[in-house]
Design a protein around this ligand. Structure first.
Ligand SMILES: [Zn+2]
Length: 271
């Protein structure tokens, strides 16, 4: 079944301060996927943000003159610059080998530790159920592994005290998050109008020179592609530019499944 864009909700605004944790497999995943939203939540809602980059990015070049370590070092510099472009200064690198990531217990524990330490209200991850994206893209297996490890770090690991007792020994008590946002999803429930921050998003991408080139290469390549892609996303929901999420809520504002079903049936009856 395809996506019914007419049923997607705009992401609601939030008026109290909150922390966001963004988990992604690779350097540049956040910039392509959600940087417009992050920039907007920082600018317009005062959110604070931590990034977690799970792999070392060391497979990010086929240039035979570069060693794996040179690629890794270069990509950290680029990722830090991309984050700083929208005011994010807390970027964590877990350093798992790029290209062969699995949703191991070690990855789950590392993400759980950062959730317990930074206590986010909103966690953003890559949807682990996405295998194919429309007719032209096979989702990278690192994205799925990153999504799965992050999903199960959110629940049950971060909020359940006896899981990972070694984290208690390190001083990290359980933390229950309020919301989970999944990007790179084929089952979106919400969209965010990023028209006010599409330019900021482009600036974050510009930092990934080793991946996206610079000058004309960047202007005619990645910039053009992402601008068009987010404009297409916007057109489907009637705004200038949009990013999409599957949203789950765990806080007091969550609806009962009876309410959810009532709303779904109501919407179907109106369609
Ligand atoms: Zn990626």
């Amino acid at each position: 079944m395809g996506i019914d864009y007419s049923k997607l909700q705009p992401v609601p605004t939030r008026d109290e301060p909150y922390h966001i944790l963004v988990c992604a497999a690779h350097h540049d995943d956040i910039e392509f996927g959600v940087a417009g939203s992050i920039a907007k939540w920082i600018k317009e809602e005062g959110a604070t943000v931590t990034y977690v980059i799970i792999t070392d990015g060391g497979s990010g070049s086929n240039d035979p003159d570069l060693t794996r370590q040179q690629i890794i070092d270069m990509r950290i510099v680029e990722q830090n610059a991309a984050a700083a472009a929208i005011g994010v200064t807390d970027v964590r690198y877990l350093g798992y080998p790029d290209g062969t990531l699995t949703a191991s217990i070690d990855v789950r524990r590392d993400i759980t530790r950062i959730i317990r330490e930074t206590k986010p209200y909103r966690v953003i991850i890559q949807d682990p159920t996405t295998v194919y994206v429309r007719s032209g893209y096979i989702n990278h297996p690192d994205h799925r592994a990153a999504g799965e490890a992050s999903l199960y770090a959110v629940f049950p690991s971060s909020e359940t005290r006896p899981i990972f007792p070694e984290l208690l020994d390190e001083g990290f008590e359980p933390h229950k998050i309020g919301e989970l946002y999944m990007n790179l999803t084929m089952n979106p429930t919400h969209y965010l109008d990023i028209t006010s921050t599409i330019d900021d998003k482009i600036e974050t991408l510009r930092a990934h020179v080793s991946q996206l080139g610079e000058g004309e290469d960047f202007e005619n390549g990645a910039k053009k592609w992402i601008t068009q892609s987010n404009a297409d996303g916007g057109k489907l929901v009637g705004v200038g530019y949009a990013e999409y999420f599957k949203v789950m809520k765990f806080d007091e504002e969550r609806k009962s499944w009876y309410e959810e079903e009532q709303e779904r049936m109501q919407a179907e009856a109106e369609a």
